[in-house]
Design a protein around this ligand. Structure first.
Ligand code: C2O
Ligand code: CU
Length: 464
């Protein structure tokens, strides 16, 4: 009986809207009787600014074989024939226009601008903010790059497969008054089981003159945390997830763990001897070499960097929250998506997909989310369209920092503040993408905003 009921409850319709699944959760703190409107503006009306773009980019999604420096050949999915896709650099304040063309990716493609808090119709989620782009089709994204920082982009159609196979790249918004720095992106990925840093599966060397300022942008496009170490210099962590982290002192021998989807910017002045960036347990890496023949230092993976005790608070903790939400991550045995096999299911507040709580907010509110994790495994929780101000861990205040992707380890509790000022239907999911594909997905919905797009087997839209 239980089995029959559990199986029935796991069934997903072949076509559904993001806000039709799940159970609306209005949070604590909302006066009873304050109900939400189910009609209003559609997400497809929430576009970026019109006008002449400052930067125009074309990204063509296509199958291509890529040859890695080791000689290994991999059948990949690519943007413009490369893995990762082109490194996109724009200036703060630029109006960016990106034309996505799908040449031959049969399952369809979209582009999500991870960490960029842009208008909802530009968010690139198949079945939520647009229809997937089929072979021969295209979609134009337009948005203002308003905050300097390190971001990345990736397909949000079948993302658990398409990102892994190569449909991703780095996106950097440089400050308007660009300081003179050597600016290096270190983008970690695993392509077909092979560790990559940028486009290389080995150690790269790069000449950097002694004395210059270096900004090293660590990006993790993998589904699990990646640990970096920097040897041969002290450094400061100056930004996390595209937001500045101010006032931090120099660090040495510290491991920098970057969650799936996360970015950490490190800064240092190039010493007269080489500096090595290493990844834990991987042969990939990068040597910055001023010349002169001094030996390259060996990386030491010391204690892990803790943003909660480093530098100064990024912002004050709001004195009042309009709503408070619980996000209790767990697991149980059950059926998934109407399938016949009993397997491990992810839960939020005890509910499995497709009955996850959907978090409903109103524009202008200040909202608290309280995370906990009893699932026995880490979940890097990513909220689209907003940054989250992390202000407490395990019930104790920390020096607040901004994230768009928060690693919630088993047994940990976090409190974050979100300022609801970007109306839309926003995906909120685990960035361990196979977890998301297995149902660890929900949405934050705004009062009066609906989506005309649909997902499910009959629609061709499958964001995860
Ligand atoms: Cu980087 Cu919804 O993802
Ligand atoms: Cu997860």
């Amino acid at each position: 009986m239980w089995l029959a009921r559990a199986w029935n409850a796991s069934r997903v319709p072949s076509s559904f809207g993001a806000l039709e699944l799940g159970t609306a959760d209005f949070g604590r703190g909302v006066p009873s009787g304050a109900h939400h409107h189910t009609h209003g503006v559609g997400v497809d009306a929430l576009h970026g600014p019109s006008g002449k773009p400052d930067v125009r980019v074309q990204l063509v999604a296509e199958h291509a074989d890529v040859t890695l420096p080791s000689g290994k050949r991999i059948e990949a999915l690519t943007f413009n024939g490369r893995v990762p896709g082109p490194e996109l650099r724009v200036r703060e304040g630029d109006l960016v226009e990106v034309a996505l063309d799908n040449r031959d990716v049969r399952e369809g493609v979209s582009i999500h601008w991870h960490g960029v808090d842009l208008p909802n119709a530009e968010d690139g989620v198949s079945g939520v903010t647009q229809d997937t782009v089929r072979p021969g089709g295209s979609y134009v994204y337009r948005f203002r790059a308003s905050i300097a920082g390190t971001y990345w982009y990736h397909s949000h159609q079948h993302s658990s497969e398409e990102v892994e196979r190569g449909l991703y790249g780095a996106f950097v918004v440089e400050p308007r008054a660009a300081p003179r720095v050597v600016d290096v992106i270190a983008l970690a990925h695993t392509l077909n089981g092979r560790a990559l840093l940028g486009s290389s599966d080995g150690e790269q060397h790069r000449h950097v003159p002694a004395g210059v300022a270096v900004r090293l942008r660590l990006v993790n496009s993998d589904s699990t945390i990646t640990s970096f170490a920097l040897a041969g210099t002290s450094f400061r962590v100056v930004a996390i997830d595209g937001r500045e982290k101010r006032g931090g002192g120099p660090l040495t021998g510290v491991t920098v763990p970057v969650p799936a989807g996360g970015r950490y910017d490190l800064a240092f002045r190039m010493p007269p001897t080489p500096v090595r960036l290493a990844l834990h347990d991987e042969a990939v890496g990068m040597v910055l070499d001023p010349g002169g023949g001094a030996p390259v230092p060996t990386a030491r993976f010391g204690p892990s960097f803790d943003p909660g005790t480093y530098g100064v608070a990024a912002a004050p903790v709001p004195a009042h929250f309009d709503r408070r939400f619980r996000v209790d991550l767990g697991r149980r045995i059950g059926f998934f998506g109407g399938g016949l096999k009993l397997a491990r299911q992810w839960t939020i507040n005890g509910k499995t997909y497709p009955h996850m709580p959907m978090y409903m907010v109103r524009a202008g509110e200040t909202v608290e989310f309280d995370f906990s994790n009893r699932s026995g495994i880490a979940h890097p929780m990513h909220l689209h369209g907003h940054h989250m101000l992390v202000f407490a861990r395990d019930g104790r205040r920390v020096r607040s920092w901004w994230v768009d992707t928060l690693e919630v380890n088993p047994g940990e509790r976090y409190s974050v503040a979100v300022f609801a000022k970007n109306p839309g239907v926003w995906m909120f999911h685990c960035h361990n993408l196979p977890h998301a594909a297995h149902g660890l997905v929900t949405h934050v919905g705004y009062d009066g905003v609906t989506t005309p797009f649909r997902m499910g087997s009959a629609t061709g839209n499958d964001p995860e």
